[in-house]
Design a protein around this ligand. Structure first.
Ligand SMILES: [Zn+2]
Length: 305
């Protein structure tokens, strides 16, 4: 077996939802956001309709999911954010104004990190174990920043399809990997001038089913990323229900959350670790990671495992 899952499970599957609402639009296009009611309302479909429709779906399916919520969204759509929490789903950090990290230097990223953690704690009483970077945009210094702020895991990178670890210079950060194939936005969002057309839900069901069917014997970690304003549409919620029904026909799928995957990876028996590709690490290369003192601490961290 390529990666050992708990209780002899063959693979893992996570439904994750990034509850962006209008936050990213305000960050990327602040001038347009002052006047474009059309763009704002497209995104408000998430809090107004999508979130509750998805919560009802998860309740029907008896599944816990992972929701990543920007601080701005928590403040401006508090009742919906609280309902996600109260339904027992995992809540992870997802920026404050959905800031794409490529636009931030290290000091700005540190400030944004503090802001989002303060909001999650003060408004929702949540100390998140996990982080997903807005737009999956990650700087070389980001893993060390996450480590300093006490995160157990990140879920923004594509370097494997089972959990793995990123060296931070201050010990490893667990990565619960994502991939574009399993993201609803490139398939379903209408963007003027983009080459993609809105996909038929039947085609997407086939794509995601095929990816799952191929990942399952590979002991993969199937992490689906959806957005309430995109996948909260009726036919797409129906698609998610069909997908889970299909996946449940396979034997030995662990339906879980990103946090539980990361906790398993952190605690799994040592004798399974050496041969698993999940042990192969990425390195956050860059000036910080290459400093001798930090390289040495990384070596010590490796020696401890
Ligand atoms: Zn997002």
């Amino acid at each position: 077996m390529r990666y050992r899952w708990p209780d002899g499970k063959q693979s893992a599957a996570v439904l994750s939802f990034d509850f962006d609402a209008e936050s990213g639009f305000y960050f990327r296009e602040p001038e347009k956001a002052k006047r474009s009611l059309g763009d704002l309302e497209e995104r408000r479909f998430g809090p107004r309709v999508g979130v509750d429709r998805i919560l009802r779906l998860l309740d029907r399916l008896k599944l816990r999911a992972s929701f990543f919520i920007p601080g701005w969204t928590v403040e401006h759509h508090f009742p919906e954010s609280a309902r996600i929490r109260d339904a027992g789903h995992e809540i992870g950090a997802h920026g404050n104004m959905h800031e794409a990290l490529g636009f931030l230097d290290e000091a700005q990223e540190e400030r944004v990190m503090r802001e989002q953690l303060d909001i999650l704690k003060s408004r929702l009483g949540v100390r998140p174990a996990g982080y997903r970077s807005p737009s999956w945009d990650v700087n070389v210094w980001t893993p060390a920043l996450l480590k300093r702020h006490g995160f157990l895991y990140d879920s923004s990178l594509m370097g494997n399809d089972v959990p793995y670890e990123i060296d931070t210079g201050a010990g490893p950060l667990i990565e619960v990997p994502v991939q574009w194939l399993l993201d609803d936005a490139p398939l379903f969002r209408h963007v003027y001038g983009a080459t993609n057309a809105i996909a038929d839900p039947g085609r997407v069901l086939q794509m995601w089913s095929k990816e799952f069917a191929a990942m399952h014997p590979e002991s993969g970690c199937f992490v689906l990323t959806c957005h309430p304003f995109v996948s909260g549409r009726a036919s797409r919620v129906a698609l998610l229900e069909e997908l889970v029904t299909y996946m449940r026909r396979a034997r030995g799928v662990w339906f879980t959350t990103c946090e539980e995957v990361a906790r398993w990876h952190a605690s799994r028996p040592a004798e399974t670790a050496g041969s698993a590709p999940g042990k192969s690490r990425g390195a956050a290369t860059g000036p910080r990671a290459s400093r001798p003192a930090q390289a040495a601490s990384g070596a010590r961290a490796r020696a401890r495992r």
